[in-house]
Design a protein around this ligand. Sequence first.
Ligand SMILES: [Zn+2]
Length: 380
Amino acid sequence: MAFAGIAGHETAKQVLRRAIGTDRVSHAYLFEGPAHVGKTLTAVAFAKALMCATPPEPGEGCGECAICRAVERGNHADFMVLFPTSRVETTDEEGQKAVAEIEGSEIRTDAIGRLIDRAHAKAVSARHKVLLVSDAQAMNPVAANHLLKTLEEPPPGTVLILTATSVAALLPTIVSRCQLVRFGPVPLAETHAALARLFPDEDPALVRSVAALSGGRPGWARRLLEHPGALDVRARVLALAERLPADPPVACMKAAEAFIEAAEAWWLATSDSDSAAKLLKANRDRILRTQIGELLDILLTWFRDLAIAGEAGAEGLLINADRARELREAAAAAPDCAAAVAAVAETRNALRGNANLRLAVEVMLVRLRQALTVGALGPT
Ligand SMILES: [Zn+2]
């Protein structure tokens, strides 16, 4: 994808285009911003613009030449991408145990070592070598220190790009040697337009809902529309929230179980790894903590919608626009939406620490049930 095809991030794209146009390309960049907003996509477009054999204008790749196409596929010798992986034990069809590397949580020292070797190797066919470390905050301390030496004495012609969700998660000495480029959430209209282009045959109300749900993260929205299983999990979570007021209090324990099962299903539905199930088994608590967090974000949008669903003219403002009727019905019971939002937000924070997953979800559901039934019981 060229710069023009990436939704949002106008300032970032302009900075990078201008760097090429004025021949002032830095030897290292740090792209900081939330996950799935388009940092890696932009890094690949930048790599093409730097490496292209026939750039249509300075600062753009043609997208057609052999180099652009190889970069897009991720297999050009002068271009390398590292992303966090995990080593998991697997068993083959004959019962032999092996260790496999799958998408995961850590960028290890040996991977950084391969990247550094590539940095010092001669360029094969492009003007620049571009080396990308995606989610650089996942580098272990030894790997980070190893990379630091290369950042201090960069080999000529090599451009290093690190992406990270927060500069605070990186060594200050690494941050100080990179040019910082910030990525914020993409405006809703642009996220929506990009999704509508990508999914012309999808239900327009659903596409609009997913665009709003994504909170300005087009990559997240795209993942949801590409993995129909994830949409099923969203439906399960929303149904659970809808059902809570009608259930007896004791049902909250069962609902907690269902919620954690939904978090597992969310991981299995959205992970691009063939070994998602194995990874989950090996790292259950850590993975579920992040997955439950993603489901809580969905719940937050539901209660935010519930707070306004009963008002005239709310239709166009709902995030979960495809569930407008259910929201109107639930709003008629006059729930305490502020209390519901507080319960979810506090649970989200607790899960960032060491809170017991099952207990935290259970307590949240009890609080939610209370918040949702307060109006139904009526004032005395
Ligand atoms: Zn090209």
